[in-house]
Design a protein around this ligand. Structure first.
Ligand code: MN
Ligand code: MN
Length: 468
C-alpha cells in the first residue's frame, strides 16, 4: 500500500452526491423532483399539505385510522389532527413492543398571517394588515407577487376555503416598497429596521364604488366583492386563518437544472421525501410512522405542533388497535425501543457569505443527506444531542444502503443557531437525530435545494424504515 492509499484509507472526506450516483439513480432523482415541484405548488400552507398528503396516501392504499377497529401486519393508515397535522403508519411484522421507526418533518413555513381585523383603506387604496409568522427577513417580502390562502367562516357557519393568486387567471397581491429615489433615510437604517413589521401591509384593491354618502369607497367595493363571491362580511375575518405566501411556482434552477427553487422547502422537502419513503414500504419489520407537524417555525407550540400530545395519543391508538389491551409498561417499551429521524433542513454553505460558516462542519449543497448530531445555539442550548450509539447506528444504515451523507451544524459557534422538533421527541425518551436536506436562502420566499440531496434524503428514509 502506498502512503497515498493509506492516507485515503485513514482520512475522511465527504463526496459530491452527483458524482456518486448511477444513471438509473439520476433518472429516479429527476422523476422524484418533478413530483416534488408539484407537491410544493399544491401545498403552500400546512392545511394544504395535509390535504395533499391524504390524497397521495389514499392512492397508496392508506385509509383513515378512525374507520378501522383492528390493525394487522401490512395495514396502512393515517390520522389527521385539526386539518394541520397528520401521522401515517404502516404496521410492521415484528411485535410493536420492539418499537417503531418514526420520521418527523414539519409542514408549516415562514409567511405572513392576516391580523384578525385586517382590512382598511388609505389614499383610495385597500390594504390588509399582517403579522409575520416565523423567522423572516422582512425586506424579502416586499415587491414580490403574493397569494392568499386560508379558511374563513361565514356568520351561518359555512366554511369558505380561499386560494387566490395561484392560478394564472387570478390576481396576485403585494407589499409595496419605497422607491430608491426617496429612500435616503430608509437606506441608512439597520437591515432589521429597514422594513417595519407594521408596514407589511398587503395591497388589496383600488377601485372606488358607491355614492357620496360612503366615506371608504374602495373598502366598500372590496367588501361588496368578497360578499358577492364568498358570502363573507368584514366581521368574518375575526375568526379567519388566512396566510399570505409567495405566488410563484417551484422552478428548476441553474442551466443544468441541478437545483430547485421554491417557497416553503423548509420543511416540505423533508415532508415530501418522508411521504415518498413511507409509501414505498411493502412489509417493514418494525411499524413505520411518518409525522408531519405544524408550528415548528414558532417553537413547536400549540395543539398541532410537536409539543402537542397528538403523537403519543396516535401511537397509543395504533398499539391498542394492533395488540388489544396493553399496559403502561408495554407502552413504555414501545417508546424506549423506538427511534426517530427528525427530518428538517440544514443550512448549506453559501459561497457569498462563507464567513458565517465553519466549513469543515457545515453542510454543502449537493453533498447528500445531512446528519446533525445537535442543533441549538451558544453552547448547544435547547438542543437534543444525539448519542454516539444512535449516530453510529443511523450512519451505518445509510452507508450500507448507498446513501451519500455528510454531517453539519448550523454555522459558526456563537454566530447564531436554531432548533427543530428533535428536543421534543427526545423528551419522550426516544432516540432521535436531526437530519435532512441542506438549503440555500433558508426562510426566504425562494429557498434553494440540490436535487441530489433531495434524492439522498428520500433514500435515507427508505433505508431507515426498512433496516433499523
Ligand atoms: Mn425547519
Ligand atoms: Mn425553519
Amino acid at each position: 500500500m502506498t502512503d497515498k492509499e493509506l492516507f485515503e484509507e485513514l482520512s475522511y472526506s465527504r463526496k459530491n452526491a452527483y458524482e456518486h450516483m448511477t444513471d438509473s439513480e439520476k433518472k429516479e432523482m429527476l422523476e422524484l423532483c418533478d413530483e416534488y415541484r408539484d407537491f410544493l405548488d399544491a401545498g403552500k400552507t400546512e392545511r394544504e399539505c395535509v390535504e395533499k398528503s391524504v390524497e397521495m396516501a389514499r392512492l397508496h392504499g392508506f385509509s383513515d385510522i378512525n374507520t378501522v377497529s383492528k390493525l394487522k401486519t401490512g395495514d396502512k393508515v393515517y390520522k389527521i389532527n385539526r386539518n394541520k397535522n397528520i401521522i401515517l403508519a404502516v404496521i410492521g411484522s415484528e411485535e410493536i413492543k420492539s418499537g417503531v421507526n418514526l420520521v418527523g418533518a414539519h409542514i408549516d413555513s415562514p409567511r405572513l398571517d392576516l391580523k384578525q381585523n385586517p382590512l382598511y383603506e388609505s389614499n383610495d387604496m385597500a390594504f390588509l394588515k399582517t403579522h409575520y409568522y416565523g423567522g423572516i427577513k422582512k425586506y424579502q417580502w416586499t415587491a414580490i407577487p403574493l397569494s392568499l390562502h386560508g379558511v374563513i367562516f361565514t356568520k351561518d357557519g359555512h366554511k369558505v376555503i380561499l386560494n387566490i393568486g395561484e392560478n394564472e387567471a387570478d390576481p396576485v397581491f403585494c407589499i409595496t416598497d419605497l422607491l430608491p429615489h426617496l429612500a435616503k433615510d430608509q437606506m441608512t437604517k439597520k437591515m432589521t429596521d429597514g422594513i417595519e413589521g407594521e408596514n407589511l401591509n398587503i395591497l388589496f384593491g383600488g377601485m372606488p364604488f358607491g355614492d357620496r354618502e360612503i366615506r371608504e369607497k374602495v373598502k366598500f367595493s372590496i367588501l361588496k366583492m368578497l360578499n358577492e363571491k364568498y358570502g363573507i362580511t368584514e366581521k368574518d375575518f375575526l375568526s379567519a386563518e388566512i396566510e399570505i405566501v409567495p405566488a410563484f411556482k417551484a422552478r428548476n434552477v441553474g442551466l443544468d437544472e441541478s437545483f430547485i427553487g421554491a417557497y416553503g422547502q423548509d420543511d416540505r422537502v423533508c415532508a415530501f421525501t418522508t411521504l415518498k419513503g413511507i409509501f414505498d414500504l411493502q412489509n417493514p419489520k418494525k411499524t413505520a410512522m411518518a409525522l408531519l407537524v405544524d408550528k415548528e417555525e414558532i417553537g413547536s407550540t400549540g395543539n398541532t405542533g410537536m409539543l402537542s400530545a397528538f403523537f403519543e395519543m396516535t401511537l397509543a391508538e395504533i398499539i391498542e388497535k394492533t395488540v388489544g389491551n396493553f399496559s403502561i409498561t408495554d407502552y413504555n417499551s414501545v417508546i424506549v425501543n423506538s427511534a426517530c429521524l427528525s427530518s428538517d433542513v440544514g443550512a448549506a454553505v453559501d459561497p457569498n457569505y462563507e464567513s458565517v460558516y465553519e466549513k469543515r462542519n457545515a453542510a454543502l449543497a449537493g453533498y447528500g443527506m445531512v446528519l446533525m448530531k445537535y442543533t441549538g445555539a451558544r453552547g448547544k442550548s435547547e438542543s437534543s444531542d444525539a448519542s454516539a450509539e444512535f449516530v453510529y447506528e443511523v450512519g451505518k444504515i445509510l452507508d450500507e444502503h448507498g446513501v451519500v451523507w455528510q454531517t453539519s451544524e448550523l454555522g459558526k459557534v456563537d454566530q447564531g443557531g436554531g432548533g427543530t422538533i428533535a428536543q421534543y421527541v427526545a423528551n419522550l425518551n426516544m432516540d432521535v437525530i436531526d437530519c435532512g436536506v441542506p438549503v440555500l436562502s433558508m426562510h426566504s420566499p425562494f429557498e434553494v435545494t440540490a436535487k441530489s440531496d433531495i434524492y439522498m434524503a428520500y433514500k435515507s428514509y427508505v433505508a431507515f424504515y426498512n433496516n433499523r
